[in-house]
Design a protein around this ligand. Sequence first.
Ligand code: MN
Length: 198
Amino acid sequence: MATNKFELITLPYAEEALEPVISRQTIAFHHGKHLQAYVNNLNALLVDSGFEEMPLVDIVKKANGGIFNNAGQILNHELYFGQFCAPKENNLPSGDIAAAIDRDFGSFAAFKEEFQKKGATLFGSGWVWLSADADGKLVISQEQNAGNPVQRGLNPLLTFDVWEHAYYIDYQNRRPDHLSALWSIINWQVVDQRYNAK
Ligand code: MN
């Protein structure tokens, strides 16, 4: 018997809300099939694991093997799906996160260029992240497979999923085109809230 500890998150928008940047079909598969499978797998693996009572983020920090892979992918996708909104023209950060980006990268344009380059050059499957350290300093990192910066004590703020399942229906092999389109659907209020939550 599997546990039923974790449930698939509800999206904070309709499946078609991110079109044309991410299609309804991609969201339906990515959220309804891929993320659902990670939830089902983790619930099954938790039985007699010693991790049954632990919050998700602590499982990601402490587990390894299959439990880590599935827990990491649940945390990663919850942050990923939670950071989007309908496409906006000239969609720019504001508030404390905007000031921190200027301070630590020189400008939003310079940040965007580095973030996108790290996403485009990550070999294989993984994630590119913007995180804050304990002092609020921003860092960009590439994480393989199910990796999350919380494993190194960082606060994850923004992420691009570069697993092929995130873009192949809409962009085929054109990962850089997918990444450059994502900037118009970032909900910067959510990123700013994460930054201020510490
Ligand atoms: Mn994914």
